[in-house]
Unconditional design. Structure first.
Length: 379
């Protein structure tokens, strides 16, 4: 029997808004996405009343989970900014218990830190297909090799690829509470928006809904204590990316680019975006920097190697390293066997470890790795 939207809607009749209206009649529900037993939707409320709606969100999730055939339910609260606000991007209300207050203490206005996680860094690119995810995975593993406890969060709503890059087939399980357990792979704690949405449905995850999903992946996953979390961002510099850059408490961003001029123009946009939201750019990685012939070992600079290094100098951001275009990286990556984990003695693993060391150096010099805020367990 296939689960339908109508069944989901019917289950929500018993859930009441703060003023007592059955939820489906409030006009605040987004489209309901039902996919393979997984249900997602959002409730759009006024930012001022988010707190009052939090129990409604929880009740809606519980009601949907109780429907036969539902494997998981994710309900997000989203709050539109009022008109006239300085920022254009949609703003999601932090979802979950009391998370309406999830802003930095002391009125700094930035997003609040995630308990237990010392530093969150974004791996971003102005343009798709430059090897951002491959870099994110291997740099995360490189940071692991430095002895750090590392998490990897795949926030690429347009094409989550971490499950493929790490050959993860299983779904995350729930903890005893209402949190999700990250999947452990090669010593990394991993979570992907791809675990929650089917590959065919990513376009629904835009704007406020995306943000709320991201907030949930940060706060409602039992990450434990992490030194660094690496976030694989969606490529580009549009509204969704800008909102993410604003909403995730980032200690820094790593920009991945190929050496071609066109890619570098996009990389520049990426840097500008992070600067705009006051996130330090930790540096640029040049990927597919040069071609090493696997047969003869000859090196050719097919894309005009060095462009990213020059660009980094010009923009006064650190240059973190260059990764060659190599079949091995591609084959391993696409087979879910990232080189840093599976060929740790190889040249490519060393390149990624060096980049990871540079990333850590930049984080430290920004004094970004500080003791993580304590995890407060609820009574
Ligand atoms: N240095 C490299 N050498 C060879 N192949 C690479 C290298 N880096 C990435 N690739 C390959 O290029 C393709 C794109 O890489 P990847 O998925 O990491 O890019 P991306 O920037 O995350 O793309 P998207 O924008 O789709 O998210 C993959 O098939 C990957 O294996
Ligand atoms: Mg990717």
């Amino acid at each position: 029997m296939v689960l339908t939207k109508d069944e989901v809607l019917a289950s929500l009749e018993t859930v009441r808004s703060p003023d007592g209206t059955p939820l489906p009649k409030t006009g605040k529900l987004s489209d309901i996405v039902v996919s393979d037993g997984k249900v997602f939707f959002s409730i759009a409320v006024d930012a001022a009343v988010v707190q009052a709606w939090e129990p409604v969100r929880g009740a809606a999730e519980a009601a949907v989970r109780a429907v036969a055939g539902v494997r998981s339910a994710m309900v997000a609260l989203t709050a539109e900014r009022s008109a006239g606000s300085a920022q254009q991007a949609p703003q999601a209300a932090p979802a979950g218990r009391g998370r309406g207050a999830a802003r930095a203490p002391g009125g700094q206005g930035g997003p609040a830190a995630v308990p237990g996680i010392a530093a969150i860094i974004a791996v971003a690119s102005g343009k798709g297909g430059v090897g951002k995810s491959t870099t994110a995975v291997n740099v995360a593993l490189g940071l692991r090799d430095l002895g750090l406890k590392v998490g990897l969060l795949d926030a690429d709503i347009y094409g989550p690829s971490v499950p493929r890059l790490l050959a993860i087939k299983e779904q995350p399980e729930m903890t005893g509470g209402s949190k999700l357990k990250p999947i452990m792979r090669y010593g990394l704690a991993v979570m992907s928006i791809g675990f929650l949405v089917e590959e065919e449905t990513p376009m629904i995850w835009r704007g406020p809904m995306v943000m709320s999903a991201l907030t949930q992946m940060l706060f409602e996953v039992e990450w434990g204590e992490l030194d660094v979390m690496v976030v694989d961002m969606p490529p580009g510099t549009g509204d969704a990316q800008l909102t993410m850059a604003q909403q995730v408490p980032l200690k820094g961003a790593v920009i991945v680019s190929t050496p071609q001029d066109l890619a570098l123009i996009d990389a520049r946009r990426g840097i500008a975006m992070f600067r705009r939201v006051s996130v330090p750019v930790l540096g640029i990685v040049e990927n597919m920097s040069y071609f090493l012939c696997p047969q003869c070992g000859t090196r050719s600079d097919i894309f005009g190697h060095g462009g990213a290094r020059h660009e980094a100098e010009r923009l006064k951001v650190p240059f973190l390293g260059e990764v060659p275009l190599h079949m091995d990286i591609r084959e391993k990556s696409d087979a879910g066997l990232p080189v840093v984990a599976t060929e740790p003695e190889g040249v490519h693993a060393k390149i990624y470890r060096d980049i990871a060391a540079n990333v850590r150096g930049q984080l430290n010099s920004n004094a970004a790795i500080r003791p993580a805020p304590k995890i407060v367990t609820e009574a």
